[in-house]
Design a protein around this ligand. Sequence first.
Ligand code: IMP
Length: 198
Amino acid sequence: MKLCFYLATKNKNKFKEIREIIGEEIEILLPPDNIEFPEEKGKTLEENAFLKAEYLSRFIKNEYIVGEDSGLFVEKLNGLPGINSAIFSGERDDKKNIEKLLYMMKDLKTKESRKARFITVACLFGKGEKVFFKGEIEGYITFEPRGLNGFGYDPIFEIPEIGKTFAEMKTEEKNKISHRSIAFKKLKEYLIKKAKEG
Ligand code: IMP
């Protein structure tokens, strides 16, 4: 039987990215349409990833469930926007979130002072599992948005070795290096290894 897990998200961008990262070997299923996730109340990415997975497990039994939480952490802003990245401006609005962040960073004039990292935590839950997988990538916040691909803060997150923002990369390019791909490739290896053993 093909390996599969439910992804505890309503975010179509994340679903698409994760499906491309995981590839054909594992099937990824979306939660039923009538399920709405509660507001994220955790204080860490780990807690939120777990809470999403645990919530879905109330409706879906005897299956693997994966909760994912991610955020952008700017060094000089003591880790803001952090776990509240999705609603940093007070609204779930990528453009406004970017505007607020760039405004807060307007006095940080050097590249070095604009260091940031994206972090993803995935929590594999169900069938007796509760395991966390983490992925991180370092970059710089640009002075203005560049590129049209991706979502969230992609237009202002530049990868130093490549000199492009995530939004200037094709999906395949982002998926080779992103925080989300690092976390989900670890999860994939874990599931495949377990399936072989068991
Ligand atoms: P979550 O749904 O609580 O995990 O919110 C994550 C938020 O962090 C998203 O809404 C984005 O604003 C931001 N974010 C996470 N991963 C990425 C990414 O790969 N690119 C751009 N923004 C991201």
